[in-house]
Design a binder for this molecule. Structure first.
Ligand SMILES: Nc1ncnc2c1ncn2[C@@H]1O[C@H](COP(=O)(O)OP(=O)(O)OP(=O)(O)O)[C@@H](O)[C@H]1O
Ligand SMILES: [Mg+2]
Length: 252
């Protein structure tokens, strides 16, 4: 079966203006993401991972180059709406502190639903991420970091997104919560055939969740390939350094 391309990025560059100077953050990024793929975006702090994740979600416009979502190029923001969901590093940032968890989870479902339909969506959504239904009436401050991150994943999943972009979803969690979130992303996104883009410093999670890996270094794509192959035989000096430091890659 031919692979369907979800995202096609050609020569994407992004720079920010700092006074009179343009500072490049991403330079000439070209790659595709196929439907059902799981792609890790790795790179040191400031290498442009979040900027690229935001471009995929239609939240930031590239300065040049083109990006198409399922063949649609103009108005990416409109094309990806509802179909691409972003999960943030700190789940506190994705919940309004004045809203109950239930209200926040239902909010992206813009279509009108009855109270009963809403409850059904909530029940299923919370169940999917292993949270008890009672949590829907609590407020963000009444949940632990791990519970809140699960709720933010439920919020992304209830819309049945085609693509989930998770920007360092594990960073603010303890080891057990991390393992649970990795499992959740596996069963609810990867195993279901949806597309996952995972920004993470956690190379263990990258290895267990993703088929492909893209390595950014100073805003450039310096390595792209099968995750297993790159872990076994990295080519760029930054990737080699990264893997050595993590003790997961080749030790020589
Ligand atoms: N809105 C903005 N205005 C100006 N500069 C920005 C803006 N957003 C990001 N940058 C700069 O772009 C560069 C890349 O930032 P980005 O957040 O994409 O990196 P990152 O790889 O996600 O880093 P981290 O691992 O720390 O999250 C950084 O130097 C950052 O300061
Ligand atoms: Mg970032």
């Amino acid at each position: 079966m031919p692979e369907t391309t979800v995202f096609e990025l050609i020569g994407i560059s992004k720079s920010y203006r700092n006074g009179r100077k343009e500072r490049p953050v991403l330079t000439d990024i070209t790659f595709n993401i196929s439907q059902g793929d799981s792609l890790a975006l790795v790179g040191e702090s400031g290498s442009g991972k979040t900027t690229l994740a935001q471009i995929l979600c239609g939240l930031t416009e590239p300065s040049s180059g083109s990006i198409a979502f399922k063949g649609e190029q103009p108005n990416l923001a409109k094309a990806v709406r509802g179909e691409v969901q972003l999960i943030l590093q700190d789940p506190k940032d994705s919940f309004d502190p004045r809203w109950s968890i239930g209200r926040s989870i239902l909010e992206p479902l813009i279509q009108n639903h009855t109270k009963e339909e809403g409850e059904k969506v909530l029940l299923e959504g919370l169940q999917q991420v292993g949270l008890p239904f009672e949590i829907h009436s609590r407020f963000p401050r009444q949940l632990s970091g791990g519970q809140l991150q699960r709720a933010s994943i439920a919020r992304a999943l209830v819309t049945n997104p085609e693509v989930v972009v998770a920007d360092e979803p594990l960073t603010s969690l303890d080891l057990i919560s991390k393992a649970q979130i990795v499992e959740l992303l596996y069963y609810n996104v990867v195993a279901k055939g949806s597309t996952l883009v995972l920004v993470s410093h956690d190379l263990g999670a990258v290895r267990s969740l993703t088929k492909h890996i893209a390595v950014l270094w100073k805003g450039r794509l310096v390595e792209y390939g099968d995750t297993d192959k790159v872990f076994e035989d990295p080519t760029h000096h930054y990737t080699k350094r990264l893997l050595k430091a993590s003790l997961l890659g080749p030790q020589s």
